[in-house]
Design a protein around this ligand. Structure first.
Ligand SMILES: N[C@@H](CCOP(=O)(O)O)C(=O)O
Length: 319
């Protein structure tokens, strides 16, 4: 977000802007409140009560934002803040704001730069409000227009099966878009049924010969946990994108030698509860096949040795 631009608008507009606002499932609100605090601009965030993690809730609170915890889902928060910002001089920073996308698109430029300007074959992006996929498209396409690269990657939008309006639209052959009521998902930041950037996302997918894929709760939690086993600490939304990668690889759509980037949208530390539930195998109807629960052991040498010998036998078969 360009806070210098907001500060300029605050001074120059006939009706000066008094603050910056967003509806959020926890990540936009964290970024917005941090930058606003640094730029000394008041921030106002609308959050769906009891639908975001404690770590996500506490970030805007700590940064001094005005936090409205609303008894509705993200789509309800989004509708409300659009109504409110039509009345009050609050600058709406969600992804329907084209200036916001200008900042967001730089992630695509960074990918190309880090790949030494060699275009990856695929970029997989978790999709909720759908500004992200359009911003990536905009960044890649700008680099193509500038002649920095000669093509754009194929984009994959990965949605949770419980909140999959774009996936359904794609599967229907892009016939009339229908918003859905988003069901509960561990990928709570993309628990969105009526995305504001739907048209832009459709444009991004179509223009890149892209794909929309979905992941069930079990698929996304397993994929996240598999990634963690490699030393990452992924969030459930990244799990959705990784599950899409696994599915597209298994079906042969993504080839063995295709260079694929998976976009990770949040840090796993914001979602410790779902990881704890997974590793405790406390999720109904989920096998949790990569669970790694802690072992409770009596605090004496004999008990510790017994457990370790058994464990090492299982791990290496040599003790
Ligand atoms: N996942 C987002 C939802 C807000 O959408 P955007 O339009 O600001 O991208 C969040 O973290 O709040």
């Amino acid at each position: 977000m360009r806070t210098n631009m907001v500060n300029r608008l605050r001074r120059q507009l006939k009706r000066p802007i008094v603050g910056v606002g967003c509806a959020s499932t926890g990540d936009t609100s964290a970024a917005l409140s941090a930058y606003c605090a640094a730029a000394r601009i008041p921030s106002i965030v609308f959050l769906p009560a009891d639908r975001i993690s404690v770590a996500q809730l506490v970030q805007p609170i700590a940064n001094g934002a005005t936090v409205l915890s609303l008894d509705t889902d993200f789509d309800g928060c989004m509708r409300l803040i659009r109504e409110v910002t039509a009345e009050l001089p609050i600058y709406l920073a969600n992804s329907l704001n084209s200036l916001r996308l200008e900042g967001q698109k730089t992630a695509a430029i960074e990918i190309l730069q880090q790949f030494d300007w060699e275009v990856p074959d695929w970029v997989i992006i978790p999709g909720g409000n759908l500004g992200n996929i359009y911003a990536f498209f905009k960044g890649f396409d700008m680099c193509r227009e500038l002649g920095l690269v000669d093509r754009v990657p194929r984009l994959v939008c990965a949605q949770a099966a419980n909140a999959n309006p774009l996936y359904l639209h794609y599967k229907s052959g892009w016939t009339d878009f229908k918003p859905v009521t988003a069901g509960e998902t561990f990928a709570s930041a993309i628990q969105i049924g009526d995305p504001v950037s739907i048209d832009r996302a459709v444009h991004a997918v179509k223009s890149t010969n892209g794909i929309v894929e979905e992941a069930t709760e079990e698929e996304l939690m397993d994929a996240m946990s598999q990634a963690d086993r490699t030393g990452m600490f992924a969030c459930p939304h990244t799990g959705v994108a990784l599950a899409a990668l696994i599915k597209l690889r298994n079906s042969g759509v993504i080839g063995t030698h295709d260079r694929t980037v998976v976009v990770s949208t949040a840090h796993g530390l914001k979602f410790t509860q779902s990881k704890v539930d997974y590793h405790s195998k406390e999720i109904a109807d989920m096998e949790c096949r990569y669970a790694n629960p802690p072992i409770n052991v009596k605090a004496n040498f004999g008990s510790v040795m017994d457990v370790l010998k058994k464990q090492l036998r299982n791990l290496s078969g040599i003790v």
